[in-house]
Design a protein around this ligand. Structure first.
Ligand code: TRP
Length: 476
């Protein structure tokens, strides 16, 4: 066996801690804020089904590949890719995957921090009892008063970015390990309580039907792309976040087992959040396609009505902030690790630099909801005609950069890396499980990503195809 590298940044103290940290990275605003609202935007059931398929055939195999490459390279994604490409005798350009990831992470963090700021603001509203007895209209008013005020958004964005930068500066493996252990299960418990509330709204069934009865007529080609993009976003894939976490993974840990656990937990949280939200939407005559404000315009109604609502509401938004926080740190960890490795920066300086730049860029997202609300920077391009800076950053990162990064990672792991090296690193032996992964990563995953990209060009109709497969034969 080849000589093993070790990371200069240290190692997780156990496989369990890696699962916590990676789950912390995966579970975030993507699950509780983004998944419900894009599901609402894209008509429900069919979108959810495509998303789940993408998690299965694209997300899980790529996550295994990222962890595997990370542990083998034991450096920041840029250097890991450079080293592994050299060892495999492949082109040095593979390290550009790492570069694209650094840029994607930096772009994502810029708007992620602004949205996490909304959640911070809502902690205080919940605690002050502002939700007691509110209805649909008041809740919408409350939300638009917040986002139309650039100063307030800026203050919360700044606070969240400082929180993130401080943790990264001190090293990702400190107090966070302990916090994740307690707070993640608590978040889960609150979601279960909210689902309990949703069951009593009288519209639970309607919510479930919306989510789980696919109507492919409602799924556009763009919706298919958004579903795939979200599979990457929610699992933190395609930009090196999971790769860098993998580079701190102890030697013995099983990559397949940990990956499955993380993907399962992440999906469960997203589904619970959606199951809690949609009955509330329907019970209160709200719009499923309300956009990015959806959870901020629905959850408060529930907290305003349920017993103990002030406590649960405050806890819910605190835990949402926490989940966002553990995700945000993974967005800049690849860049910070690289600055430390290649430029001798101290972690502190590196974190301040990356966090500071991302904060500046975040201003464009802050203004996307007020001053620049009607400014569409790429308005002259058909596909982007209705996209503000925020919508543009979100679209380009989640739906283009992450899938592209993921596609390249799959190709590298499946084709460029020597087979015996992946056999060696995955520790699965050369049996059925390994072979299934190898088949997925070489053929299924790249083809699936390619087909979705083809779908938006209009050359292929995946929604129509799936509609035929799932509905045609049985329900005609
Ligand atoms: N997965 C996180 C969420 O769902 C967001 C996130 C953290 C992320 N790190 C990432 C997304 C890396 C893409 C890449 O909220």
């Amino acid at each position: 066996m080849a000589e093993r590298r070790s990371s200069i940044h240290g190692q997780w103290s156990s496989k369990f801690v890696f699962i916590l940290a990676a789950t912390g990275s995966a579970v975030g605003l993507g699950n509780i804020w983004k998944f419900p609202y894009i599901t609402g935007d894209n008509g429900g059931g069919a979108f959810v089904l495509v998303y789940l398929l993408c998690i299965l055939v694209i997300g899980i195999p790529i996550m295994m590949a990222e962890v595997m490459l990370g542990r083998r390279g034991r450096q920041s994604p840029i250097n890991t890719m450079a080293t592994l490409a050299r060892e495999a005798g492949a082109s040095p350009y593979w390290k550009w995957i790492g570069w694209m990831g650094v840029i994607a992470g930096f772009l994502i963090l810029s708007y992620y921090s602004v949205i996490a700021g909304w959640a911070l603001a809502y902690v205080f509203r919940a605690a002050s009892g502002a939700f007691t007895g509110v209805g649909g209209e008041e809740v919408q008013g409350m939300f638009s008063r917040l986002v139309s005020d650039p100063e307030r958004l800026l203050a919360w964005h700044t606070l969240f970015m400082v929180m993130t930068t401080v943790v990264v500066a001190r090293g990702v493996r400190g107090g966070l390990e302990k916090a994740v252990r307690i707070l993640m299960p608590l978040l889960f418990a609150i979601l279960v309580i909210l689902v309990g509330y949703a069951m009593n709204t009288g519209h639970f069934e309607q919510g479930l039907q919306f989510l789980f009865r696919p109507d492919f007529g409602k799924l556009s080609a763009d919706g298919v792309l958004v579903a795939m993009g979200h599979a990457f976003f929610t699992l933190s894939l395609g930009m090196g976040a999971i790769m860098v976490y993998g580079s701190y993974l102890p030697e013995k840990a099983s990559i397949a087992g940990t990956t499955l656990t993380i993907a399962l937990l992440d999906t469960l949280v997203a589904i619970l959040a959606a199951v809690a939200i949609f009955p509330i939407v329907f019970a209160n005559g709200l719009e499923p396609g309300a956009g990015p404000g959806l959870i901020f315009q629905t959850m408060p109604i529930a907290f305003g009505q349920m017993p103990g609502g002030i406590l649960f509401g405050t806890l819910f938004f605190m835990l949402l902030v926490f989940a966002a926080w553990t995700s945000a740190i993974s967005l800049i960890e690849p860049a910070v690790a690289w600055l430390v490795e290649n430029h001798g920066y101290r972690r502190f300086t590196a974190a301040m630099l990356v966090g500071g730049l991302s904060w500046c860029l975040g201003l464009l997202t802050v203004f996307s909801f007020n001053l620049l609300e009607n400014f569409m920077p790429l308005g002259f391009l058909g596909a982007f005609h209705d996209k503000t800076f925020f919508a543009l950053f979100d679209y380009v990162t989640a739906n283009i950069m992450l899938p592209l990064g993921g596609l390249l990672i799959a190709i590298f792991a499946g084709w460029a890396l020597k087979r015996e090296h992946s056999v060696d690193e995955l520790r699965l032996g050369d049996g059925l499980v390994y072979r299934s992964w190898y088949f997925l990563i070489r053929y299924v995953t790249p083809v699936a990503v390619g087909l979705v990209f083809l779908d938006i060009t209009g050359l292929l109709d995946i929604g129509g195809l799936l509609g035929f497969l799932f509905q045609g034969p049985w329900q005609a």
